[in-house]
Write a protein that binds this ligand. Structure first.
Ligand code: ASP
Length: 325
């Protein structure tokens, strides 16, 4: 089985100035995940598969970069704080772990992975998520250390939004609540390891100006993340309330199970969402046979993948930067 990893860096109106940092970040994340897949050894014995470890490592890289709306660089709530959501699932045992509304941790995906690997429960939210993180010796960081200048500016624009038009400012990357369009920077990764195991991970700061306590689709099984060795590993990004209501990740996996090609499976689920509840976004997937799916119905979506020693990436439709890894 040849290993494959695919990542995304969010879908929406990605401004031109943000394209290159996103491409650089996604390539870095893919290289990190692919390195682990090629080593083909579980480094942290708590992980159920190499694929699960690889997606966690790739998402951690993306969380650490300002170019993305996750970890450092997460967008801010109406109160000006960072509240993060993250989820991970692996396809061998259908193990799943998630956190919602977690604060003051550098990498929410690490906490989600610990929920999957170390807890009998699947999902912790708010203060309970932080208490769980503490019990696992995840270091607490200051809330301020997670706030990027970009996220602070985005919240200022959100607060003044009655004074601006609905146009997307070129400096705007963060999604504005209530706008159908708007750009986002949620991150995700899906992987197939050499043993044929699948895993998916997704992490986000949510939406600029979101109400305190709002949790989106990202950490929710079947909406923002899903993996089953019998179908596919899927990570989605887009307007969370739509992805939740249309259960997009699980819907995509059902299309794969029925034999649809990967991109068609994603497109069908996005079409369903658009028709029934509105909203835009995209998804990446990999199947157990190594088929890759990358599709979106927003203006742009950042993506990158590695397989067969090549690294591909892009942000625009029909774009494919191809390099050796
Ligand atoms: N799905 C995320 C949320 O609604 C946002 C995104 O993917 O851009 O929280």
């Amino acid at each position: 089985m040849k290993p494959v990893i695919v990542v995304h860096g969010g879908a929406g109106e990605i401004s031109d100035s943000r394209v290159q940092p996103k491409l650089d970040g996604m390539r870095k994340a893919v290289r990190e995940g692919y390195r682990i897949l090629q080593q083909n050894q579980i480094l942290d014995a708590d992980f159920p598969s190499v694929a699960a470890e690889a997606v966690t490592a790739a998402v951690r890289v993306l969380e650490d970069l300002e170019a993305f709306n996750a970890g450092y660089g997460s967008v801010l709530t109406e109160d000006g704080e960072v509240e993060m959501d993250a989820g991970i699932m692996e396809g061998k045992n259908l193990a799943y772990g998630a956190v919602g509304g977690i604060v003051k941790v550098k990498n929410a995906i690490d906490v989600a992975a610990k929920v999957m690997n170390k807890s009998e429960h699947c999902f912790f939210a708010g203060a309970g998520a932080n208490r769980f993180a503490e019990s696992q010796h995840v270091p607490e960081v200051s809330g301020e250390s997670l706030k990027s200048p970009f996220a602070i500016r985005a919240l200022e624009r959100f607060r003044n939004s009655e004074n601006i038009t609905n146009e997307i400012d070129d400096a705007d990357e963060a999604p504005i609540v209530g706008k159908k369009e708007g750009s986002r920077g949620t991150v995700g990764a899906v992987a197939l390891d050499a043993h044929g195991h699948l895993a998916a991970a997704t992490s986000t700061g949510g939406l600029t100006g979101k109400l305190v306590g709002r949790i989106g689709d990202t950490p929710v099984i079947g909406a923002g993340v899903y993996a089953d060795n019998d179908s596919a590993a899927i990570s989605t990004t887009g307007l969370g309330e739509s992805f939740l209501r249309a259960l997009v990740a699980r819907r995509i996996s059902e299309h794969v199970e029925k034999g649809e090609k990967s991109n068609v499976a994603i497109k069908r689920a996005l079409d369903f969402m658009e028709q029934r509840v509105g909203g835009d976004g995209g998804a990446v997937l990999v199947t157990q046979s190594g088929d890759i799916g990358i599709e979106w119905n927003s203006t742009r979506m950042g993506w990158a993948y590695a397989c067969n020693g090549r690294l591909h990436s892009g942000c625009n439709r029909h774009e494919d930067f191809d390099e050796s890894i």
